[in-house]
Design a protein around this ligand. Structure first.
Ligand SMILES: Nc1nc2c(ncn2[C@@H]2O[C@H](COP(=O)(O)OP(=O)(O)OP(=O)(O)O)[C@@H](O)[C@H]2O)c(=O)[nH]1
Ligand SMILES: [Mg+2]
Length: 243
């Protein structure tokens, strides 16, 4: 069974239509909304819904994306899900791409990453400076850590249960972009197979951004920690990434 984990903070405009689209997919997915007590009532909306396939994990305070995902993944592992997909609530990650990611894991990948930067660049409506930052970050992460992924900061990913069980998620400290990088880096270091699946990423058109320079700086320094943790050996040998 597949669980889609969606962290939310003030996404009341985006979440209801997103939930509707995801529950209408041919795949029989369950959803877990991890809400940090959004002042706009996102969590309350989830609670009002009477759908056995929609679950809510409500947390006391806004603690960052990484903490929300760890809690959501732990919940998934405590329940009976064998595929766990993560995505944003703001429609930057399209529900139409969800089946492709699930299929990649079902076909054997230990981790499937929705990638904006394989076979060209597919980002819609981002200001140029943000695109440059993101593409530059991808080169930087690859150069420092050796992680063979074209889109290491992306947050549209699909996990095989055994991968999450093996990479000791309780020890992952970072938030934001650093969180996405650290999770993939652990997966790669353990020798799991990673497949990148092309996706189209669209900037949020509703709600407010939680992106901040803190998140960028955290990731900037965090990659050096990953390199040192890996004993200054950027490559574990074989390149696992395909696509
Ligand atoms: N539970 C929880 N969710 C969060 C937190 N910060 C962000 N989110 C959610 O995580 C997802 C990604 O956050 P975004 O604000 O879209 O971050 P981004 O995509 O880098 O930036 P923008 O799209 O420009 O806003 C969205 O679904 C947010 O609602 C948080 O502290 N707690
Ligand atoms: Mg977003």
């Amino acid at each position: 069974m597949t669980l889609i984990v969606i962290p939310t903070y003030n996404e009341l405009n985006n979440l209801p239509p997103l939930v509707e689209k995801l529950l209408a997919l041919p795949e029989d997915v369950h959803l877990l909304i991890v809400d940090d007590s959004s002042p706009d009532g996102t969590g309350a909306w989830v609670q009002e819904q009477k759908n056995q396939r929609l679950h809510l994990l409500s947390r006391q305070q806004k603690n960052g994306l990484g903490r929300a995902y760890i809690a959501g993944f732990q919940w998934a592992l405590e329940h009976d899900y064998d595929i766990i997909l993560q995505m944003d609530a703001d429609f930057s990650h399209s529900p139409d791409d969800v089946p492709k990611l699930i299929a990649a894991v079902a076909a054997g990948a230990d981790l499937a990453i929705g990638s904006r930067y394989i076979h060209g660049v597919r980002v819609i409506n981002w200001p140029l400076r943000r695109l440059i930052l993101s593409v530059g970050a991808s080169y930087y992460v690859h150069t420092v850590t050796g992680l063979p992924i074209h889109d290491p900061t992306g947050g549209f990913k699909c996990w095989r249960r055994q991968t999450l069980e093996a990479i000791k998620i309780q020890n992952v400290q970072s938030n934001g972009y650093g969180f996405q990088i650290e999770m993939s880096h652990r997966t790669w270091r353990k020798g799991f197979s990673i497949t990148e699946v092309p996706i189209i990423f669209t900037d949020r058109f509703q709600g407010t951004s939680k992106m901040s320079w803190n998140i960028v700086f955290e990731a900037f320094f965090m990659v050096w920690k990953l390199l040192f943790q890996a004993g200054l050996r950027p490559s574990p040998g074989a390149r696992n990434s395909q696509g």
